[in-house]
Ligand binder design. Structure first.
Ligand SMILES: [Zn+2]
Length: 80
């Protein structure tokens, strides 16, 4: 998967809603992309604060993180 796809999959990842195949692809990307690892760790911390992965989509904190990450990727289109 690309960084962009990872961002799209990340809420499903934390909800445990990813099919095994996509979850494996997600983990493979994390193995080679420190930027996404940092992002996922931030999100994991946020989830601990929010306390409920099912409410991720409703969380303003997560919305901010997702938006920031999308902007970050947009500023660096060549990092794929
Ligand atoms: Zn990445």
């Amino acid at each position: 998967v690309t960084c962009r796809e990872l961002v799209e999959l990340v809420t499903a990842y934390f909800e445990g809603a990813l099919p095994e195949e996509e979850r494996a692809a997600f983990d493979e990307h994390l193995a080679v992309c420190p930027g996404c690892v940092r992002y996922v760790e931030q999100l994991r911390t946020t989830i601990r604060v929010v306390g409920d992965a099912d409410r991720l989509g409703d969380s303003p904190e997560v919305g901010v993180l997702l938006g920031a990450f999308r902007d970050w990727k947009r500023a660096r289109p060549t990092t794929g």
